[in-house]
Ligand binder design. Sequence first.
Ligand code: ADP
Ligand code: MG
Length: 392
Amino acid sequence: MAPRVYVVDDDALVTESLGTALRLETDWEVATFNDARVALAEMDGAPPDVVLSDLKMPALPGIAFLGKVRERFPTAVLLLLTGYADKESAIRAINEVGIWQYVEKPWDTADLLLTIRQGLERRDLVGTLHRTNAELEGRVREVEAAHQRLVASERMAAVGRVAAGLAHELGNQLALVGYAEAIAARTEDRKVKQFAEVIVAAQRRLAAMVDELKDFARGTDEEYAREPADVAGVVEEALQILRFDRELTGRKLRPHLRARPLGRIHRGKIMQVVINLVRNAAQASEIGDEVEIAIAEEDGGTLLKVSDRGTGMSAAVQARLGEPFFTTKERGSGLGLGISRRIVEEHGGRLVVRSEAGVGTEVSVWLPGLEVAATATETETETETGTGTGTA
Ligand code: ADP
Ligand code: MG
């Protein structure tokens, strides 16, 4: 597109001859004005690429006029026409308004054209530079984010390896503690029997923790069978089991399970998620408090919400939530939430924690519906048979 050039001078002779010269020598779109205010009004509909203005104009002086143009069109090339005597103020305007050049009257047309062309060229270069710069900054941010993700995933992998070894070793040693059961069964001594039973109970708790640890250390790529099922049904089953959980005594579980959306799920894994979340909610609550477990249909999938009015979490606790082994409980493993999130993500869903200290916590789990789940599996297969870069 041809550059649009505004020529503004209160002297009609000047605009006439300059306009004619520019039109003759170039294919630019040249418009001439004898009143700077009229020129300004015109610019709204037709933004200028170049503005050539006289310095001394009665209605609106050249520097003030070009200042207004600069405010509205930061990239326009501005030139000031001056008589020899006004050189000083012209030079000042170069810095004040950001004028490209001043041109002395009488002008040499060839020089003037060259000056304007150089101005346009510089403007284009600066534009390209800005764009390249912005692009580069975007790339740098992307690389930084990718680096952060890599560091985090490597740390997780290292923790996972340590956990796997630990779980194996603990499991072996724990089997020996099973002798306590034999002692409890064989002894006639009531005190010894009692002590042995304490050990047996501790062993069960530890074994459960080792199971969690093994679950955590398990690689994410392991596939497990899923079947169409309603999550509400799984919640009902989980609640049956939780009735026997001593840590839940006195907490009122309030299920809202009227909606029965279907999903493609591993019932056992999803039950584990429900149990983890409800236990966390109950552990944060006092006896007599309510814990709500609600199912709803959302975005073609299932939304499960577990909410409590318990202790809530401080910002510091929330910041560390994803961290394995992070727990604020004396007997916590600090793995429940992380495992739950992973199971949910393996199902193509997402887990979001919202919490306020002293108010309560709401954990939302969204799982895709039957159709969404089917498409997700298809895309996964495509990525695997493709170039192999799909997991970035
Ligand atoms: P654990 O329950 O073994 O501590 P989790 O991974 O399940 O491990 O939870 C990690 C931590 O997150 C808990 O120790 C607790 O501080 C916090 N937390 C999780 N759920 C809740 C909740 N509903 N209310 C308050 N704090 C919670
Ligand atoms: Mg927990």
